[in-house]
Design a protein around this ligand. Structure first.
Ligand SMILES: [Cu+2]
Length: 686
């Protein structure tokens, strides 16, 4: 930096808080990687000075489009950032601070009081400065958050969506960690093709492919905290590795899991204003991603290149030129450098050939797409469009060589979800692999073979990782069942229940919204169960961008089932205990349950997708529904012996641990029925 420019910058800082840049124009709201804590710590007291100002946010990097006139926080005299300054202290530290509101509107600030979270607020008038003081005693992940009223969809007004920051309270000897804060911005424009004016989703202030690249060495123990500062769920998925859930919080309290309560996952729902912390080991080298599993949150809907729903070609150039991964928004990329020898897989691989095909206008104006197993009668019938794709029944430890033959009109890439494999076959084109050996997208008419070995028996899935919103919505997914050597799969007692959508939504405000399907159908065939027989239900979710709720009821009460695995990983004995058969789960999640029907009887079933009213992009602006009444209208067989697979009402005693809906129900008052499967399962248990 030249001397004169440096003085200009210093002068500029001295003149803050009005905000300026050396070149003039609005101040830029910087990304914040949450590595540097704010304030001065002295004699057990942290002194903090915060300011709310207005600036321009560039979630797609300095050459990307700016979102002007957004409010954000800064440390007094320093640059604005989103998320705002990190407050990080050892437990028991007193925090004394001031918050100056330079905006022309009053702010209600949560999280900077004794009880924090949404239970404690500070009202700061326009132009005023407020003082705050609190002494956090319990280690964990928290946040502060501000708003000026509530917008038309129940969340913050667009200009307030970056008014927040993370608070971390450390226990003794905290391991090194990274903090990822998720934020968003969107404006609604009902006349645009998508219903959105402009939208973005960001991690630490940046949106893929502009998010920070994290670097680790093979063997590193990794600790991450994720803070959801948006008004919508994000099912966060790690490729290639399981992580161990350590804690989950809501801003007021952070629940640290005991050893008995910890469990492994590859996808974890982070509900609105929830915090999670988890650990994993970078056991295998290469490039990996950690991303939201709502396909819309990776789609062009959250790219600022989109102008009224249409990609702006001029703006596209500032991303990588070929954009092989077709991802935007909530994605972090990380590279694990090798450290020692790679494990060589042994044995000759079993060859599998899967054909990706497409039929135009299969779902309205959108195509239907299918995976079919080469060499089967379906593959010979060019009109067959089966959904889900063929079950891959594999054996633990036995290598496979899977060839994807792309007969569709779009590029192809397939992700083996939940499988602990090498980086290259992981399925993210333009990213998976290492160095110059990076997985390509498969062009129409081309094919590609990848090799991997399933190291664990359980339930997994495969799905498209290219233009996911379109391709997964069109049917490009299927289950993977890995068996122990010598184990047989018994379809009589082992049931695959795969939830998806028939197409993807086009206009996220007005719809039409896609129908929900189970095993590819809105009217699945009835199945018969025998009383006293032990069944395994494998529930897979890739159903759009909303939570799916499933329950198994007798009369108006859920029966009991026993969760045995989450994302293919067996649950510990202390967790695999019988509980009410109610599940709320998100795309990217897989649950295995054991169920023994006790009594004979007939039943009726239904499943719904639900959303916070107006909070999510797909559900924004929906009219409140009457879920209890609708559920009652579709429930039958309330007499003794009847089993209903029925959606719970909101107060229906959902286990807050499985699905996390409990944490949200305080704020959620209604749901919209976006899809329905009637006659999902009819149990005739005799
Ligand atoms: Cu998301």
């Amino acid at each position: 930096m030249s001397r004169s420019l440096r003085y200009a910058v210093l002068a500029c800082f001295a003149s803050l808080p009005t905000g300026c840049t050396p070149s003039g124009g609005p101040e830029t709201i910087q990304p914040n990687d949450n590595r540097q804590a704010t304030g001065a710590l002295k004699d057990g007291v942290l002194t903090v000075a915060l300011e709310a100002r207005t600036g321009a946010w560039k979630p797609e990097g300095k050459d990307g489009r700016a979102l002007d006139s957004l409010a954000a926080f800064a440390e007094a005299g320093k640059q604005l950032s989103t998320p705002g300054p990190l407050i990080r202290v050892p437990a028991g530290t007193e925090i004394r601070g001031t918050l100056r509101n330079t905006l022309t509107r009053p702010l209600t600030v949560f999280g900077l009081g004794t009880t924090r979270g949404f239970s404690d607020s500070l009202v700061v008038a326009a132009g005023a400065t407020a003082e705050f003081q609190f002494t956090p005693g319990t280690p964990g992940t928290y946040y502060y958050y501000a708003r000026n009223g509530v917008g038309p969809f129940g969340g913050r007004h667009p200009q307030d969506t970056q008014l927040h920051g993370v608070i971390v309270v450390d226990g003794p000897h905290p391991p090194p960690d990274r903090i990822m804060a998720i934020s968003w911005y969107f404006t609604v424009e009902p006349t645009s093709p998508t219903g959105l004016g402009r939208g973005t989703m960001a991690i630490n202030g940046l949106s893929w492919p502009h998010t920070e690249r994290l670097s680790y060495a093979q063997g590193d123990s990794i600790h991450w905290r994720v803070v959801n500062l948006t008004e919508i769920d994000h099912p966060m998925h790690l490729h290639g590795f399981y992580f161990r859930m350590n804690a989950k919080g809501n801003g007021v309290a952070d629940t640290v899991y005991s050893a008995d309560q910890q469990r492994m996952a590859v996808t974890e729902i982070v509900a609105p204003f929830q915090t999670i912390s988890f650990s994993w080991q970078a056991a295998r080298p290469g490039n990996w991603i950690f991303h939201c599993h709502y396909a819309a949150h990776l789609s062009t809907l959250v790219a600022l290149d989109t102008e009224r729903g249409t990609m702006d070609q001029a703006m596209l150039d500032h991303h990588t030129s070929d954009r092989p991964h077709q991802m935007f928004g909530l994605v972090m990329g990380l590279t694990v450098t090798p450290n020692g020898k790679a494990e060589a897989s042994s044995g000759s691989p079993r060859s599998i050939r899967i054909v990706q095909r497409e039929r135009p206008n299969g779902y309205g104006t959108q195509p239907a797409m299918s995976f079919v197993m080469d060499g089967t009668p379906e593959a010979g019938d060019s009109t067959a469009m089966p959904v889900p794709g063929p079950v891959l029944l594999l054996e633990r430890g036995k290598p496979v060589a899977v060839t994807i033959v792309n007969q569709s009109n779009d590029h192809a890439a397939v992700h083996w979800h939940g499988i602990e494999l090498e980086s290259y076959p992981d399925g993210v084109p333009g990213w998976s692999g290492s160095g110059r050996n990076v997985l390509p997208a498969i062009a129409p008419g081309d094919s590609l073979t990848v090799r991997w070995t399933p190291p664990r028996a359980g339930s997994f899935m495969y799905h498209s990782h290219f233009s996911e919103a379109k391709q997964m919505g069109s049917g490009l997914y299927g289950p993977i069942i890995v068996l122990e050597p010598g184990e047989q799969f018994d379809p009589e007692t082992d049931w695959i229940l795969f939830f998806g959508t028939a197409g993807s939504g086009v206009n996220v405000i007005t719809g039409p919204f896609p129908n929900y399907v189970m095993n590819g159908s809105q009217q699945p065939a009835a199945m018969e169960l025998k009383a006293g027989t032990r069944y395994r239900f494998r529930l897979f979710n890739l159903a759009g961008d909303l939570p799916t709720m499933v329950s198994l009821n007798q009369g108006d009460k859920p029966v009991e089932w026993r969760p045995v695995a989450k994302d293919g990983y067996p649950l510990a004995e202390t967790q695999a205990v019988a509980k009410p058969a109610v599940l709320v789960f998100d795309p990217g999640e897989i649950y295995d349950f054991e169920f023994v029907p006790a009594r004979a009887g007939g039943a009726h079933a239904q499943v719904r997708a639900a959303a916070l009213p107006g909070a999510s992009a797909p559900a924004a602006g929906v009219a409140p529904a009457a879920p209890a009444a609708a559920a009652a209208a579709h429930g039958v067989g309330s007499g003794a012996g009847a089993l209903n697979l029925l959606l719970p009402t909101l107060g229906g005693g959902v286990d807050p641990e499985i699905g996390g809906w409990g944490a949200r129900k305080q704020r959620c008052c209604s749901r919209k029925l976006l899809g329905r499967i009637d006659g999902l399962r009819q149990f005739r248990t005799d």
